[in-house]
Design a binder for this molecule. Sequence first.
Ligand code: NAD
Ligand code: DAU
Length: 332
Amino acid sequence: MRRILVTGGAGFIGSNFVHHALGASDAAVTVLDKLTYAASRESLDGGGDRVELVVGDVADQPLVEKLVAEHDAVVHFAAESHNDNSLSEPGPFIQTNLVGTFCVLEACRKHDVRLHHISTDEVYGDLELDDPARFTETTAYNPSSPYSAAKAGSDHLVRAWVRSFGVRATISNCSNNYGPWQHIEKFIPRQITNVLDGDRPKVYGSGANVRDWIHVADHSSAVWEILQRGRIGETYLIGADGERDNLDVVRQILTALGRASDDYDLVTDRAGHDLRYAIDATKLQTELGWQPAYRDFARGLAQTIDWYRAHESWWRPHKAAVEAGYAAKGQA
Ligand code: NAD
Ligand code: DAU
């Protein structure tokens, strides 16, 4: 693969993947990104002349067709990604996550280009806290929010285009990512920046909800392996055995920053809040030999805290508006 098109490549995970691809190969990478509020051009700095940024919409069919025709593979990250926003305004989630994926699929079909579709573990709904089972590739779809329903729909579109049209696609469903360049609307960076500001972390409901945390660099390495060696038509779950409840994460952030571990606020819960996600990544590990590099959450979290401390100029301009949005919903 000499030329790779990465949709959503100026976002949190997409930009990490771009840097991973540049390091792992001599491919040229084109990023197609609309540069929504969630994107940042700076996340692509250091890519040199092997990266080109095209500012545009993944739901712009003529643009997507033209770009796809010029590439050997597409890795499709572009999406509206925040559950809370999908509850306030679902429209953009339908447009980008469903119509955008449809446009990518049609272009890949027309030009017979390899596709890897990035999805989420949220398509499977949630688990009880004491359920011994974890999500696998055969778990039934049962999404809860407009975001996860739109992602589930996009997975179904990919499967239909594989089966009906022979599109050469793979899918991955990953658990919750953390690391540098994540927008401060999301849980971990919101709480880190709250504490750096001298404020208290804001935890939804009782804080008992469990997420299965994976470092973004491990998500990228897994996607790279699937792109190179994954079997066409297959789905691979990506996770790193990182289950933790939200209170545990907040206490770790507080402690790491020298504050009392109970110095947080419980705030209004998210509507339809999924209780627990948990990934069984056995297929990815046994079939492709993938293993995560970040096995120590405390270490990865400490590095992430250091990164947000060192990059205040990046997040500071957005902090007040993000917190005002949460305040309007009783979550600040
Ligand atoms: P993000 O919100 O940080 O980035 C999304 C990127 O897509 C942004 O750069 C944005 O400008 C771009 N984009 C949005 N709408 C677009 C459009 N219409 N046309 C072109 N570009 C558009 O999201 P993220 O957290 O990096 O997530 C990336 C992908 O990974 C998504 O598909 C998401 O569903 C999936 N995913 C995320 C996680 C997670 O924990 N964040 C976990 C599993 C899967
Ligand atoms: O599981 C993968 C998914 O992880 C991705 O598909 C999504 O794109 C990504 O945003 C993430 O979804 P979550 O809803 O799990 O992530 P979020 O960071 O919004 O919230 C994580 C947990 O923390 C969740 O239980 C809600 C809770 N939360 C969140 C915020 C923003 C709080 O308690 N307080 C907060 O301020």
